[in-house]
Structure formats: structure tokens, C-alpha cells
Design a protein around this ligand. Sequence first.
Ligand SMILES: Nc1ncnc2c1ncn2[C@@H]1O[C@H](COP(=O)(O)OP(=O)(O)O)[C@@H](O)[C@H]1O
Ligand SMILES: [Mg+2]
Length: 245
Amino acid sequence: MTHHQSTHDQHEINKQQSAWVIETRHLYKRFGQVVALEDINLQIKRGEFVAIMGASGSGKTTLMNILTCLDTVSEGQVLLDGTDAAALDEEGRRAFRSDKIGLVFQQFHLIPFLTALENVMLAQHYHSVVDEAAARKVLKQVGLDHRVDHLPSQLSGGEQQRVCIARALVNEPPVIFADEPTGNLDEQNERLVLGLLEDLHKQGRTIVMVTHNPELGRFADRIVRLQHGKYLGEEVNHHEAEHVN
Ligand SMILES: Nc1ncnc2c1ncn2[C@@H]1O[C@H](COP(=O)(O)OP(=O)(O)O)[C@@H](O)[C@H]1O
Ligand SMILES: [Mg+2]
């Protein structure tokens, strides 16, 4: 009994420890006099689709940069799958980014003189595994198999963003971060890109999407709201329609 109980407890502890993929504890970020983030305590579960919402200037991008190890905290802790981000050196942060996360930006950040295929393969290069067939496969996944040899300037905004998603996906990261991923897109491409993010979520990936657009929040499991750098509250979406047979 006792043994069984303690095994059970240990199991619960393991489950609890492994349940959180990303966590912040009393996180503060200051830029000189500007307090961009103030006492943020956030837990993002494995497989969750979280929208981080708030007006422009509320600290969304700052938070995203910290969660993806592109920036460091002024105070507090960031735990990435149990590892304290502060304990990572530059190489550790780089390894975390290339192994664990895919990034999708509002400004697509594609290399202008490389084709769609080459842009995706560049991400593989940084991950140290270059595989043209795999790069073609993800481009096909985002509906761009007929555009692999096009330069970014020869692609529409929606197509460029889909190249970015392919680039974010090619190393099969467990977590995708998207900062205003549809900010530069028309409505049709916005729906397309959201559809792709939803598919990725259904495949079991963790999605963290930053947006100031209330329309987009409903795609997430949970909406975390920021205001003036502070946690304002959160709400859970139940996606009732999906459970109707
Ligand atoms: N590098 C920086 N230097 C100084 N202030 C910054 C810097 N980055 C962001 N800020 C400030 O921090 C606040 C939050 O910015 P940001 O995270 O970009 O907001 P959001 O993405 O929600 O629009 C803003 O007041 C912004 O001006
Ligand atoms: Mg921003």
C-alpha cells in the first residue's frame, strides 16, 4: 500500500514536472525607465494553443522574445521545459532555439536572394541537418510545392508567410511561436495561416500566438491578456463546435 502510494505520488510529481513546457516566475523586464513586463507568472502546457493578447505596447513582443531566448529578463525566472533560461549560455540558448522552437514573425524575415526552398533549407542548415526532400515536403504541406524556386519578391504576402511557417516547421520543433503572424496579411491569407497553425496544434504541437486582434484569439485554447506590461487575466475557450459529432 505504502509503496504503491509513494509510486503513485512520484508518478504525479513526474507528471506535474513534465506538464509545464514553459513557465515564468515573477518575470520583470525593464528598458531603462520603461517597465515593459511586470511580475508575469505564466505557465504554458505541452500541446496547448495559447494566445497572448493585448494592445500595442502592452509587452507581447518583449514576452515572446524572452520566452524564445532572444532576450533575457531583468528579474525573475523563465523555465524552459524545466531548465532555467538564465543557466544557458549563448550556445545553450541557440541550441534551445534550433531544437525546440519554430518562430513565425509578422515581418517575414526571409532572405531576399534565396528561393523559398533555400530559405527553408537555411533553417535546416542552422539545425545541422540539411535534407532537401524534407524541405520540399514542408513546403508542400503549406501548399507551396509549385513555388519552391521563387524568390520572396516573387511571392505574395500570404505565400511568404507560408514559407516562414514551413521554415519554422522543417526541424519539427515541439513549440511554435508566432508574433502577429497574420498582421501583414489580407483576410483570406489570414484564414489560411490560422488554419495551418490549427493543424499544427492538432498534431500535438504547442502554439504560442501573439496578437492584438480579438478575432484571432478564439482559435486558441486559452487567451492570456496583458495590459501595460501587466497580466490582466485569462480565459479558456472550449471550442464547443469541435465536440459535436
Ligand atoms: N528595446 C527597447 N527599448 C526600449 N523600450 C522598449 C524596447 N522594446 C520594447 N520597448 C517598450 O516596451 C513596451 C512593450 O513593447 P512591446 O513588447 O513591443 O509591445 P507589443 O508587442 O505588445 O506591442 C513598449 O512601451 C515599448 O516601447
Ligand atoms: Mg509586438
